[in-house]
Write a protein that binds this ligand. Structure first.
Ligand code: GDG
Length: 456
């Protein structure tokens, strides 16, 4: 099978270095999940050529080619920052008040989706499977159909899909749904999002649906709930690397506290960083005996930094961290170590390994890969995952995780307390249960399950 992956995000950033080019894997859920798949299975990855001036194609190995779609600055601001990240992202995450409706965003979105479809048509050879990713490219499946491509098209939507009462606000709701229905298979992380999608196509398009199948324009479209997995082998390898183990042990010693918590998120308003810090503050307020004994390490990776909402969330997060440091911190003890930067996976794994608990509190999150990375990095099977009930992953990991409502700071505080007081035997039992799920439902499972042939 020849795979063509289409996504906004490029799998590598191309950095010139001493006359050569250095490839740096880009950060984010999609790339973390799919880059290993293409390396292993081969195929073409069609994506945004971020710098505009770089090469049009890049060969990673003899089977894996990256094709860049050059975008103008007008494309980028209207399609990427505009329609994708100021309209669809907040709408799908139920932030109506942060959703900007602007017809020039929509014009750019349509234009860029056409550019992507054209680039796919250029590399397409009959007999391929086409995997279109995410909300940036909702129109591509139907555009490919219009271009006469009859091979199977799979669309995976990595973020939540909103219910009809949210989707109806979008002026281009019909076109978005029709674009998506050009696919043969549409995937979401949970059955809940599947149901929202089915409700939208019924209410907005008047399409007929039966179980998880939509009947539209004489075609059948299967809608699947298939939560994405991580590259378990790779994370286990990283976790076994003696350098990573040494770094984790040394760091833990240097921090000099009894307990360490960890969080890794893009600094996005959906990830609930403010809520997390409020919960931590509440914990130190309610349980003063833990002051000086617990520190929390938070990586907040910069993202979409040009947008006002993101400048704003950065300011608010800085402020709340400052408030907690100021209120609870003492010379010799830092309650929250907060880093606004990217770290390589080799560092993240050490942070996961040294942490007694991970705190993942999105307000709403399609799935959340960090939770799975934490679980797999705990090769000693010891550690506690606290996760928001509004992250898709909480359904998969509910046997082992402590599930919280991130808006309830008391509940978050209690969850931290429970994690610190939990007996080793219970920690292991819960961690084992989660490790089984993450292992079984890894990225290879997802590829098989989601890209399964359409049933006859
Ligand atoms: C979308 C959906 C869904 C983060 N900071 C650094 C870093 N990361 C990596 C993590 C993880 C990935 O980025 C983040 O994945 P998430 O799943 O948590 O979230 P999104 O980026 O919002 O992804 C999400 C996902 O797509 C997959 O479908 O789960 O719901 O929103 O892999 O490790 N990686 C490195 N340095 C960092 O500083 N190396």
């Amino acid at each position: 099978m020849r795979l063509i992956v289409v996504s906004n995000r490029e799998p590598y950033r191309v950095e010139p270095s001493r006359g050569k080019v250095r490839l740096e894997k880009t950060v984010g859920g999609l790339v973390s999940a799919l880059e290993p798949v293409l390396r292993e299975y081969g195929g073409t990855w069609v994506c945004w050529g971020r710098k505009g001036k770089g090469p049009e194609e890049l060969r990673i190995n003899d089977r894996f080619l990256v094709k860049f779609v050059p975008l103008t600055s007008g494309d980028v601001s209207g399609y990427y920052y505009g329609f994708s990240n100021e309209t669809l992202w907040p709408l799908c995450h139920m932030f109506l008040t942060k959703t900007h409706f602007n017809s020039s965003f929509w014009t750019a979105y349509r234009r860029v989706n056409r550019k992507f479809a054209k680039a796919v048509a250029e590399v397409y050879v009959p007999g391929s499977k086409i995997l279109v990713n995410d909300y940036h490219l909702a129109l591509v499946p139907q555009l490919l159909r219009d271009a006469g491509i009859s091979d199977p098209i799979y669309l995976f939507w990595h973020i939540p899909f909103p219910p009809y009462f949210m989707m109806r606000f979008l002026p281009s709701r019909r076109e978005i749904l029709e674009g998506m229905l050009g696919s043969d298979v549409i995937g979401f992380h949970t059955q809940h999002y599947v149901e929202n999608f089915l409700e939208c196509v019924r209410e907005i398009l008047g399409a007929f649906s039966d179980n998880n199948t939509v009947y539209w324009n004489g075609r059948r479209i299967e809608v699947r709930a298939v939560p994405i997995g991580i590259d378990v082998e790779r994370w286990e390898r990283l976790a076994k690397d003696p350098k990573a183990v040494r770094y984790a042990n040394n760091l833990r010693k240097r921090m000099g506290v009894e307990f360490i918590g960890v969080g890794v998120d893009r600094l996005d308003y959906t990830k609930g960083l403010e809520e997390k810090f409020r919960g931590i503050g509440r914990f130190f307020e309610k349980y003063p005996s833990f002051r000086g004994r617990v520190s929390f390490v938070q990586i907040a990776a910069p993202t979409r930094t040009k947008l006002e909402e993101y400048i704003d969330i950065k300011r608010r997060t800085d402020e709340i961290v400052g408030m907690i440091e100021g209120r609870f911190g003492e010379p010799g003890w830092v309650p929250i170590y907060y880093y606004y930067k990217n770290y390589p996976d080799e560092r993240l794994v050490s942070l996961y390994m040294m942490a007694d608990f991970a705190l993942v509190t999105p307000i709403i999150d399609g799935l959340n890969l960090v939770s799975k990375e934490y679980v797999i990095s705990k090769t000693d099977e010891d550690g506690v995952l606290i996760v928001s009930e509004f992250a898709g992953v909480s359904l998969q990991l509910r046997e082992g995780a402590i599930i919280v409502n991130p808006f309830d700071e008391d509940e978050v505080a209690e969850a931290i307390y429970m994690a610190l007081k939990m007996k080793r035997s219970e920690r292991r039992e819960r961690m084992r249960a989660m490790r089984i799920v993450v292992r079984e439902k890894d990225i290879r499972w997802w590829v098989k399950e989601f890209l399964k042939d359409v049933s006859a």
